[in-house]
Design a protein around this ligand. Structure first.
Ligand code: FE2
Length: 370
């Protein structure tokens, strides 16, 4: 038995929003959630303002979402949204604003009790009375896939990590996926986000919860990325390739919306929390070792991953990641050993293709980072 559930209406391609303006009308007062730069630099915010102007919908722009947003930031965003009297949310940007918009949609419809940690945490148990406000997404990176997943990954200082919440109500109602927005991204940001998409595709494909539909989508996504990776490595990205990469990223989101992620993501979170390593890069630093471990238990699937990306070996895969992710971060065994205590207990270790133990995580961290 397997199921597939993806309720988001997706408009994909050049001018996806401008050509489908009416689809943005999810209410009568819009609250736009974006980062300090991502909305404006990409041109997506300009397109959304134009669309809302045509629809004569009043709106407020909330551009205070930071990288790796916290629950507290989302609670504050929701307070502003309530004050404005919004009845729908528009998320614009990469994973941080798109994930934050989901939490803001929940907290706008369900006012948390001031200074109550318990109330804030309830979002993780799906304990809230009212349904979140309807949401529209405009991704401006090729990595998150958040536009087609129910997941919101937020930083929790109390746990010194990130934690994910989701419910069937936190899917976006509609997403406008247009690769032209990628062209304004700094090259390394784009590379990091594409590595996140590769990670989603591989973690989804090798996941214990994978099924024939997700396998098919994951291999298609990997093939598309494999066809376009040289443009990214050589910094020769044109709009056509950008459209392909954002398409692959959305496919990757559709896959993990069904399967979830694996230990790669949970191992990546401390790298982001403690070292401020961007999310996609953090996954990319772990992904080669993950593939080595996975190869021992599901050899054929790893072969399929490599051939979809036109790579001959895991070594070649690791070299590709190294070229995509130049960095100067350093790590100590004491810190990675410490991180493994938490990451080996994460929920998504259970759907990883191999058995995840504390020793295994410590060994993987060492091989990948030291
Ligand atoms: Fe991710």
């Amino acid at each position: 038995m397997y199921k597939f559930f993806m309720p988001t209406r997706v408009y994909y391609g050049k001018n996806a929003l401008i050509d489908n303006v009416g689809e943005l009308k999810l209410g009568s007062r819009a609250f736009i959630v974006t980062g300090k730069n991502s909305g404006r630099a990409s041109g997506a915010l300009f397109d959304v303002e134009n669309a809302l102007g045509l629809l004569k919908i009043p709106y407020e722009i909330y551009d205070r979402i930071s990288n790796n947003p916290t629950i507290e930031e989302c609670v504050e965003g929701a307070r502003v949204a309530r004050e404005f009297g919004t009845d729908f949310i528009i998320g614009i940007g990469g994973g941080s604003p798109l994930d934050a918009a989901k939490a803001i949609a929940v907290y706008t419809a369900n006012e948390p009790v001031e200074n109550s940690d318990f109330e804030m945490m309830d979002i993780y148990n799906g304990v809230y009375k009212n349904r979140p406000l309807p949401m529209a997404a405009i991704p401006t990176t090729a990595g998150t896939g958040s536009e087609v997943t129910p997941y919101s990954v937020l930083t929790l200082h109390s746990e010194k990590s990130k934690r994910t919440f989701s419910s069937p109500d936190t899917f976006y109602k509609v997403a406008f996926v247009d690769g032209k927005y990628l062209l304004a991204l700094p090259l390394q940001t784009l590379r990091n986000t594409v590595v996140d998409a590769i990670s989603h595709l591989i973690e989804g494909y090798t996941n214990k919860r994978s099924n024939p539909i997700t396998d098919c989508i994951a291999l298609e996504g990997l093939k598309i990325i494999g066809d376009n990776i040289s443009a990214l490595l050589e910094d020769k990205l044109e709009e056509e390739q950008a459209q392909s990469l954002i398409y692959a990223s959305t496919l990757a989101g559709i896959v993990i919306a069904q399967t979830g992620t694996t230990t790669v993501h949970s191992m990546g979170y401390p790298l982001t929390y403690f070292k401020n390593i961007p999310h996609g890069m953090a996954n990319g630093l772990i992904l080669g070792e993950y593939l080595e471990e996975t190869e021992k238990v599901i050899h054929e699937k790893v072969e399929n991953v490599l051939s979809a990306m036109k790579l001959k070996s895991i070594t070649e895969f690791k070299e590709m990641l190294k070229a995509l992710l130049p960095h100067s971060f350093t790590f100590k065994a004491e810190e990675t050993d410490e991180w493994a205590i938490t990451t080996s207990k994460a929920k998504n270790t259970l759907v990883s293709p191999f058995e995840v133990t504390l020793e295994k995580e410590r060994e993987m961290f060492k091989k990948a980072l030291l």
